[in-house]
Each structure stands twice: as structure tokens, then as C-alpha cells.
Design a protein around this ligand. Structure first.
Ligand SMILES: Cc1cc2nc3c(=O)[nH]c(=O)nc-3n(C[C@H](O)[C@H](O)[C@H](O)COP(=O)(O)OP(=O)(O)OC[C@H]3O[C@@H](n4cnc5c(N)ncnc54)[C@H](O)[C@@H]3O)c2cc1C
Length: 494
């Protein structure tokens, strides 16, 4: 039974309930550490750790670009929370509000819509707020209609299917304008997510093109739009410049000091005046704190992150804790006062461990400790066998950097099970050829049966018509553009 105040029998409420909101880096690692440290109290029912998360898995986001490229299968870039957090209560749902004055979180689950009983009210004694961040969008005309982000496994796989589908469209169409738009891929934002996603997908598409009779690598047009004068700030200036050279050497059009002005009618218009008809617009221009934070009574900074102390407790609020992308944590390793720790996985993982230890200390009436960590540097993949790294002052590029990227992430991906699966997949991929198939039809599993049953196919719009990864259930006929004259309608939108 879900742990709501109405559903819990009198006397069964544990002495201490720790509510963790979010099952990402911070949420999973905090719960994992609490599970270890409070083991016998959890098993005896004296304490309870409840994790509220919309998905039953933690996503290892640094592997998303490899999942998009097909180097890793989607199941291996996620960690099943129920298996890892055996002694915690997992509630699949979303916290809509947190009323810390009353120590209650309002949570909607998949069932609340169906059973009509309304949202759960989960009372707690301690709360860990870790809902991470969402894509930070700007009011660019057309962006909401045609763009896609790159933060979730669904988006990564949707994008992979979409790119391959565009190659299929380009190969089949007789209209040069459709072909050009299908083979033009625009990415906005030159941080980790944008650069790695573009580099991996370009690599994958270039390889895939050798299996098309009428698409050459030079026909594919990849554009990276970055508003500042550099990319990959995480790896430092020199390595960032190297990354630009590397990408340009692969014929990728890197446009620095340039912004996306609009993308109405599927035409990307840039601030330098250029216009690119395109069916693919990937937006990775930064993140902002999760919307939930605005629905809490916890103190926020101007940028909307939860104001925390160096001990990861919420500033001025007792029994509330936060870390990761959603939290503004003082960076004690910086000589500049007022600096916050950056929103990245390195901090998220380490903060989670300190946070959990501090909760254990606080419950035992012991003083808490501050979080202090100097960023070790970063590694980034630029496609198969290509990368950049700047770690502990050492700069690496090309194959050694790529290898370091893989070794580092293999050591970091949670659980031995996942490490073994990832390693096995990389080994197999080294022995055999890349997967080049698009399984877009998985997004519409009922389409074939509905047609066979004589009904109206419950197709979503063809994915080429909509932002990749976004699938709708709406009834819609295929667009004539996707259906070259004389070639008949597509059977299903998959
Ligand atoms: C493509 C990509 C590549 C990256 N590569 C790197 C890298 O190489 N190195 C690095 O250091 N960092 C990298 N990062 C950044 C890193 O992944 C994040 O900084 C890290 O995930 C932050 O951890 P978090 O726990 O704060 O948030 P997340 O890991 O995003 O977890 C937040 C969780 O909260 C859940 N949630 C949201 N709202 C609610 C709600 N209302 N109720 C309940 N749950 C909610 C979300 O569904 C999610 O499960 C990358 C990010 C991306 C997108």
C-alpha cells in the first residue's frame, strides 16, 4: 500500500519516515546510503525510506548519447530502483506540492487518475528534495512545436529512430526540398548533452549511410548552434577549441556566437541570418530547476534552486535537505565567495552520500558535516574512438580521451550488474557491426493490430511530422510530404 496518511493503519506509521523526492542521481544514491546505514531500523519497521519518482528507474544520463548512437541498449543505461532499493518503499508518481510547514507532500500516481480518490498526502519527518532539472527553453517561435530535448532515455531513443527515419525518407522521396530538410540536423547548445548527442548521432548516421544506395555521408548536414564563443566549457578552453576543430573536420557546421531565432514551419532561422529547412531540432541549451520547487514553501534563490547550507540542509528549514541540479549549494572549494556547485553528476553523487550521512548524524543527535569537493575535470565523447578529456590538469584528446571516457563511466555506472552488461555490449559492438535499425514502430504497438481488426488505426502522427520522441495518440493521416506520389500511403506511422 502507498504510504498515505489515510491508508496507513493506526500504529503502523514508522517512528521516522524519510521521504526522498526524485529517483535520479541524488535520490537513488541518498536512498541507497540510507538503506545501508539504517538497515536494521528499516527492516524492523522502526524507520522507513519512501522514494517518490515518476519512473521506476534511475537514468545514467552520461550514457544517453551512446544509447542514441546504438552503442548501448536503452535498458542498460537505466538502473531499476526496486531491485537496488530493496528495503525502501518506491512510489511511482510525481510530487505536486510540498507543504513543509505541515511536513506533507502531495503526490499523484498512475492510479490516482483512475481510482478517482485524489492525490496521496504523504506525511514525513525528514524530506530530501531532489527532482533535478528540466530543459531551459527560451521563447523562440516554433521551438515548442518542433524541438526535442535530450535528458531522458525516451528522448535519446526517439531521436535515434527519428534520425534513421529521416534517412529513409530522404532515400525514398523524389522531392529535393524534402530530402534536404530530412538530412539537415540542427542542435542548439554546446554543453555536454548537445555536443555528445550530435557527435554520436553524426557518427552513427555516417556509418549507416553506407547501407543506403543513394545517401552519401556528404549529403548529411549537421549544424551545432552555440550562443557563446566556445563549446564544452566543462573540459576547459584548449580542449573546447580542439573539440570545435575535430567536429569541423568531420564537416559539422559549428556556429559559435550564434543563436536560434525561430524555427516556425520547420525552418531554423539563426541570428547570423542563415535559414535551414529541417525536420530535426534538438534543444540542449541549458537546464532550469524542476517546476516542483515553485510549489514548495522552501526558500529558493533567484534562479529557482533551493537555497542550501554547505551541510546540504535547506537554509532556515529544519528536517529538509536538498542536493544536485535542484539545489544551490555553496562551493567551499572555490576561492570566490558566493559560488555555487555546478549542476553535474560528479557533484550530485558526492552530495548524495554526504547528505545521507548527515541525515543519519542528525537522527542520532550528532553534528553534521559540510560538503566540500573540487571538481576533478571532465571527459566527453565525440563519437566512436573520439573524445576530449581534462582531468586533474591532464589534457587528452582523440582515442586516449575516448578510452578514458569509457573507463571512467564504466567505473561510475551504478551496480555490478549494469557494469557487466555495459562492458559486454561494448565488447560485442567491437566484434560485430553497429546496429542500424530504427524501431520507431515500437512507439505505436497497437497500429498493426488495429488495422488488421478493421478499425481505424490508432496511429500517432508519423514521427517525421512531429518532434522526435513525442508520440501522440491522436488520429491523423500521414502527411503527403512523407508519402511520395505513386508510392501509396504508409501502413502505419511506425
Ligand atoms: C545527456 C546528458 C549527459 C550528461 N553527461 C554528464 C557527464 O558526462 N558528467 C556529469 O558530471 N554530468 C553529466 N550530466 C549532468 C548530470 O546527469 C546531472 O547533473 C545529474 O543527473 C543531476 O542529478 P539530480 O539527481 O539532481 O537530477 P536527476 O538525475 O535528473 O534526477 C531527478 C529525478 O527526479 C525526478 N523528478 C522530477 N520531478 C519530480 C517530481 N515532481 N516528483 C518526483 N520526482 C521528480 C526525475 O524524473 C528524475 O528521476 C549529463 C546530463 C545529460 C542530460
Amino acid at each position: 500500500m502507498a504510504p498515505d496518511s489515510r491508508g496507513t493503519a493506526p500504529g503502523t506509521r514508522p517512528k521516522v519516515r524519510i521521504l526522498v523526492v526524485g529517483g535520479g542521481y541524488v535520490g537513488m544514491y541518498t536512498a541507497l546510503r540510507l538503506q545501508r546505514r539504517l538497515g536494521h531500523r528499516l527492516r524492523s519497521g522502526e524507520a522507513e525510506v519512501v522514494v517518490v519518482t515518476p519512473e521506476p528507474y534511475m537514468t545514467y544520463q552520461p550514457f544517453l548519447p551512446e544509447a542514441a548512437a546504438g552503442s548501448l541498449s536503452p535498458r542498460h543505461v537505466v538502473v531499476p530502483l526496486r531491485r537496488v532499493l530493496k528495503h525502501c518503499t518506491i512510489v511511482i508518481g510525481e510530487a505536486e506540492r510540498v507543504d513543509h510547514a505541515k511536513r506533507t507532500a502531495t503526490v499523484t500516481t498512475l492510479a490516482t487518475g483512475e481510482d478517482g480518490t485524489g492525490a496521496l498526502e504523504i506525511p514525513y519527518d525528514e524530506i530530501v528534495v531532489a527532482p533535478g532539472s528540466v530543459s531551459r527553453t527560451l521563447p523562440v517561435p516554433g521551438l515548442a512545436d518542433f524541438g526535442i530535448g535530450f535528458k531522458t532515455v525516451e528522448e535519446a531513443i526517439g531521436l535515434r529512430n527519428h534520425v534513421i527515419e529521416q534517412m529513409d525518407i530522404a532515400s525514398a522521396t523524389r522531392d529535393p526540398a524534402i530530402r534536404d530538410a530530412a538530412l539537415t540536423f540542427v542542435f542548439v547548445g554546446g554543453g555536454y548533452a548537445g555536443v555528445e548527442a550530435l557527435a554520436e548521432l553524426e557518427d552513427m548516421a555516417r556509418y549507416t549511410s553506407r547501407y543506403y544506395h543513394n545517401i552519401k555521408p556528404a549529403d548529411l548536414r549537421w549544424i551545432l548552434v552555440e550562443a557563446t564563443g566556445r563549446i564544452l566549457p566543462e573540459v576547459g578552453e584548449t580542449m573546447g577549441k580542439y573539440a570545435v576543430r575535430e567536429l569541423r573536420g568531420r564537416n559539422i557546421d559549428v556556429r559559435l556566437d550564434t543563436r536560434l531565432e525561430s524555427c516556425e514551419g520547420r525552418i531554423a532561422v539563426l541570428s547570423d541570418g542563415s535559414r535551414f529547412p529541417t525536420r530535426t531540432l534538438v534543444w540542449t541549451a541549458g537546464v532550469r530547476p524542476a517546476p516542483l520547487l515553485a510549489a514548495t514553501d522552501l526558500p529558493l534563490t533567484e534562479r529557482g534552486r533551493i537555497r542550501c547550507t554547505a551541510a546540504l540542509s535547506v537554509d532556515g528549514a529544519e528536517h529538509a535537505w536538498a542536493a544536485g541540479d535542484a539545489a544551490s549549494v555553496p562551493d567551499l572549494s572555490s576561492s570566490e565567495p558566493g559560488t555555487e556547485t555546478a549542476p553535474n553528476a560528479q557533484h550530485a553523487v558526492r552530495q548524495a552520500k554526504v547528505l545521507a550521512e548527515n541525515i543519519v548524524r542528525a537522527l542520532a543527535g550528532r553534528p553534521t558535516e559540510d560538503y566540500r569537493y573540487s571538481h576533478a575535470g571532465s571527459v566527453a565523447s565525440l563519437g566512436l574512438h573520439k573524445g576530449v578529456a581534462h582531468v586533474y590538469g591532464r589534457k587528452l584528446k582523440g582515442y586516449p580521451a575516448w578510452l578514458m571516457h569509457r573507463v571512467y563511466h564504466l567505473s561510475r555506472v551504478p551496480t555490478f550488474n549494469r557494469k557487466a552488461r555495459v562492458l559486454a555490449e561494448w565488447t560485442l559492438a567491437g566484434l560485430f557491426k553497429r546496429e542500424i535499425v530504427s524501431l520507431g514502430s515500437l512507439e505505436h504497438p497497437r497500429a498493426e493490430f488495429a488495422l488488421a481488426a478493421g478499425g481505424h488505426a490508432p496511429v500517432g502522427r508519423p514521427r517525421s511530422e512531429q518532434p522526435p520522441g513525442r508520440t501522440g495518440g491522436e488520429e491523423h493521416r500521414a502527411h503527403p510530404e512523407d508519402n511520395p506520389p505513386g508510392e501509396g500511403p504508409p501502413r502505419s506511422s511506425g
